[in-house]
Design a protein around this ligand. Structure first.
Ligand SMILES: [Zn+2]
Length: 205
């Protein structure tokens, strides 16, 4: 792409560095912003900066939060004995949208992926073990994507948790292999949590 302005080129390159945004789309977005009132563009940039600078992660579950402890963890009516283990905030949002889950979460912050150099120590696993040892949790639900990385992570967690005095459940995998939680419709996702089964039953004999 030949740009008539270095400033334009820089802005397009920034947008094009985002996932799923090609140069053409980036150019369209930048030209759109250029047509907006200056105050609107300032508000846009300020919102992004504020997000980056002020965002926190819940001390307990590692979900994205505005406070030290997120709203879900601090809600009295949530069942703290039931912990749903998910990959990231998108999964928390997807499960919350079902309106059918009343336990709490633990956000791993990724999945074990040797190909991408992501090992257990890169994820929020130690804090999960501590949490289980020190809280009254009596069941964890492994709600990870039905992908190779999801299965590897589930099996790792199972080995870590199997000798603890808790029920380890897996969500029903009506979800196709390679399926990611966030793309599953709410009814299916809600049902797969409600009909969860002991993880051991899913292991091949
Ligand atoms: Zn939390």
């Amino acid at each position: 792409m030949n740009f008539s302005s270095k400033l334009l080129e820089n802005a397009v390159n920034e947008f094009a560095s985002l996932p799923g945004i090609g140069q053409k789309t980036a150019l369209r977005l930048v030209l759109h912003l250029l047509n907006q009132p200056q105050a609107d563009v300032e508000k846009f940039s300020h919102t992004l900066l504020q997000l980056r600078n002020e965002i926190r992660f819940c001390e307990t579950c590692h979900n994205i939060s505005d406070q030290k402890v997120c709203e879900i963890c601090s809600a009295v009516k949530r069942d703290k004995s039931l912990i749903c283990i998910v990959e990231d905030t998108r999964d928390v949002m997807a499960i919350e949208n079902t309106g059918q889950y009343h336990g709490v979460y633990h956000v791993l912050g990724g999945l074990i992926s040797p190909m991408d150099g992501v090992g257990p120590s890169d994820l929020n696993i130690e804090s999960l073990i501590n949490r289980i040892d020190n809280s009254g949790a009596n069941e964890v639900i492994l709600a990870l994507s039905a992908t190779m990385e999801g299965d590897t992570t589930i099996f790792y967690l199972y080995k870590k948790l199997k000798d603890k005095n808790i029920q380890i459940s897996a969500i029903a995998r009506g979800i196709a292999f390679g399926g990611e939680l966030e793309y599953v419709d709410e009814i299916t996702l809600g049902r797969s949590i409600a009909t969860r089964i002991p993880y051991e039953n899913t292991l091949a004999r």
